[in-house]
Write a protein that binds this ligand. Structure first.
Ligand code: TYD
Length: 212
């Protein structure tokens, strides 16, 4: 890679974006590429609040007095706020220093999760617009796994999150299968993420190394 790039890994929960962010960063470092690995929600203040919301520990009260997680509009706004802060405080300074950035999830997750958890197809444009000023990725790789494989992997992990329900994850799987449809002109590609960690990591690294 000639100059610093922003590379995003996307996919349903259980697709392996976290493992493969780490693997990709290791692979690029071995090839002497300077790289910084990061994730969304970020480690910034809004990201911390979002993690509480994802675990069901940050709730809002409804008119009847019961409590529930923030709705999809609040979540979309919070994720967008976190992203702008993440870009300004971490992603852009790294890129300016000539360091490539690997980001585990980005605005594609907002479009997928927040439209499916309430906004519906008509909300897609609004969510995309909220993220208009976030730096465009140079490459987004969608890790493709059948929903049963993702479900098996999720079952092994600890802790529950508000988006864990199976029917929701199945709809997300479908959404991710043609994610590029919602981001015309963006460099989005799919990687077969079924196989051993080493096999999948090799496929991802080979694709990223082809970036000019
Ligand atoms: P997290 O549990 O932090 O990590 P992992 O992706 O490794 O499971 O998951 C982040 C969750 O947040 C995930 O369920 C997707 C969701 N999310 C959104 O709903 N919108 C967004 O904009 C982002 C970045 C994530």
């Amino acid at each position: 890679m000639n100059n610093a790039k922003l590379i995003v890994l996307e996919g349903v929960d259980g697709a392996g974006t976290t493992t493969h962010s780490r693997e990709l960063s290791r692979g690029l470092r071995a090839a002497e590429v300077q790289v910084h690995t990061t994730a969304e929600p970020s480690t910034g203040p809004v990201g911390a609040l979002l993690r509480q919301a994802l675990m069901g520990r940050f709730v809002v009260s409804s008119a009847s007095g019961s409590v529930r997680p923030p709705n999809w509009t609040t979540m979309a706004l919070m994720f967008a706020a976190d992203r702008v802060d993440h870009c300004e405080s971490e992603i852009l300074p790294q890129l300016r220093d000539g360091v490539s950035v690997i980001c585990d999830r980005y605005y594609h997750s907002s479009v997928a999760y927040q439209s499916i958890t309430g906004g519906g197809p008509e909300a897609i444009e609004w969510i995309r617009d909220l993220n208009r000023y976030a730096r465009r990725p140079d490459l987004t790789l969608v890790l493709d796994v059948p929903s049963e494989v993702a479900a098996e992997r999720r079952a092994r992990r600890r802790g529950e999150e508000i988006y864990d329900a199976e029917p929701l994850q199945e709809r997300l799987c479908e959404f991710y299968s043609d994610l590029e449809r919602h981001f015309p002109g963006e460099p989005i590609e799919h990687v077969d993420a079924v196989g051993s960690v080493e096999e999948v990591a090799e496929r991802i690294l080979a694709r990223v190394k082809r970036l000019g």
